[in-house]
Design a protein around this ligand. Structure first.
Ligand SMILES: *Cc1c(COP(=O)(O)O)cnc(C)c1O
Length: 454
């Protein structure tokens, strides 16, 4: 193994160049800060996407709001805008301090994308946005719709018949498939979801009940994506949602930031140069956390610090960023198995597009053991009565780790934040959970109760 060559270097070379690599390979928890992190004004110059692109996505979601409100009545109270609450979690903050033996300065909040309407995960942002954009593009190209129309007309047999001539395909570990599947089927598209072995049975069952064609693979996410891509290349009327490269998905996620900004204002959570904001985002292929973090950097610039969180067995973004090899390397190249109960994060190769876009904007990345995800899952139920799926807990230990880890302390010092930490806010981004069936959730909870932090 030590002599195996990856991108021209042996594993021994890689571990000598990056001392953290040995720990990553032995699936220990690590906390890495990004040496290429830059001031916002410098970093943003190197990125091809802009604030205009995010605004355009936000406008498109507003055009669709009357349609969304009509076909998903649970979104009516928010006028067809799919958005989740932010809540303070003081009891969980205390519990984390106790469990880790470490004070958290500032205030801990939870962004509940776990409770987003329609599909119960962060994928209700990017995934649904991309399907809507594709539907709009098709309808406009075929002179059936203009951007001035009331989009609730899409809920008609005329439009459903039109969309039924087209199909959509996607590869997924579960949640993206749920979002794409539910939204596409609702519009009338034929939809194929290529599911990796990690995908939970209840997610497949739910999709099939909505008329989605689910194709299962015995291997991981990369294979499911590859097969979906292949299928759509052969059919000109089939559109492939490319989780590894899609800028539409990314922009759909990015819209979260301007809405969060308003929510924080309403809660009197101040974000400015004396009140830094830290955000901890669970990461799979990178589109969700990357898009949200990109939007947050546009909204708060140097006053926000975004850390990505991955399972110790699937640290693809960490390895890609640290080695600067992005999608040229996979966790399997380094002998890591990509097997984790955090199915939403079970990705062995990160998106190269996201890695490059976030190269100078991401503050850092850390890993969490599956056992610890379960311990925090149960603790969150006990302290705040909030139920999340295991993946969604990856953001939870971020604040405590920032203070506990030497690299975190260095980051605080280097960015001149030491005397501002008492006035900081920390957001753990809860990325999924509200659709998990009760028996499955009860089993998660019981499992966590029987474990302690390792
Ligand atoms: C997909 C997912 C993520 C991460 O999103 P990526 O775009 O894959 O990085 C995080 N949490 C949950 C629950 C997810 O389903």
């Amino acid at each position: 193994m030590e002599n195996k060559v990856i991108e021209g270097k042996t594993i021994r070379d890689w571990t000598q160049e990056y001392p953290l690599m040995s720990k990553i390979i032995s699936t220990e928890e690590v906390f890495w800060t990004n040496p290429k992190y830059e001031k916002f004004e410098d970093a943003i110059k190197k990125v091809s996407l802009s604030e205009e692109d995010v605004k355009d996505a936000e406008e498109r979601l507003k055009r669709f709001a009357p349609y969304i409100a009509k076909v998903f009545p649970e979104t009516q109270k928010n006028n067809g805008i799919i958005e989740s609450p932010v809540v303070r979690i003081p009891e969980m903050q205390k519990k984390l301090e106790e469990m880790f033996g470490q004070d958290i300065q500032g205030e801990l909040l939870l962004k509940c994308d776990s409770h987003l309407a329609i599909s119960g995960s962060i994928k209700a942002r990017g995934g649904i946005y991309e399907v809507l954009k594709h539907a709009e593009d098709l309808a406009i190209e075929n002179n059936m719709l203009t951007t001035a129309d009331d989009y609730s007309v899409l809920d008609s047999s005329k439009f459903r018949d039109f969309f039924s001539k087209y199909s959509i395909a996607v590869g997924s570990t579960g949640n993206l498939g749920l979002s794409i599947g539910i939204m596409s089927a609702q519009l009338g598209f034929k939809v194929y979801v290529h599911m990796s072995a990690d995908a939970k049975q209840w997610k497949k069952d739910m999709l099939r009940s909505k008329g989605v064609l689910v194709i299962e693979y015995a291997s991981d996410y990369s294979k499911a994506v590859e097969e979906g891509r292949k299928q759509s290349e052969a059919d000109p009327n089939m559109y492939f949602v490319d989780d590894e490269n899609s800028s539409s998905l990314f922009l759909g996620y990015a819209v979260a930031a301007s809405r969060l900004k308003k929510q924080l204002e309403e809660m009197n959570v101040v974000v400015d140069k004396d009140h830094p904001l830290f955000v901890y985002l669970p990461c799979g292929v990178g589109g969700g956390p990357g898009g949200v973090a990109f939007g947050l950097k546009l909204a708060f610039k140097d006053n926000v610090h975004c850390f990505f969180a991955e399972p110790t067995h699937s640290p693809c973004m960490l390895i890609g960023m640290m080695t600067e090899m992005h999608d040229k390397v996979s966790v399997q190249d380094f002998g890591i198995d990509n097997i984790t109960d955090a199915d939403g994060l079970a990705v062995g190769r990160a998106s190269g597009f996201v890695g490059k876009t976030m190269e100078n904007l991401m503050s850092g990345c850390y890993t969490v053991k599956d056992e610890n995800l379960y311990v925090m899952l149960s603790a969150l139920v006990d302290t705040e009565n909030i139920r999340l799926e295991p993946s969604a807990l990856a953001g939870m230990p971020g604040s405590v780790k920032l203070f506990k880890e030497a690299a975190g302390q260095e980051y605080i010092a280097k960015n001149n934040l030491k005397d501002k930490m008492a006035d900081s806010a920390h957001i753990a981004w809860a990325t999924g959970g509200s659709m998990v069936p009760k028996d499955v959730m009860d089993a998660y909870y019981k499992k966590g109760l029987g474990l302690s932090l390792i």
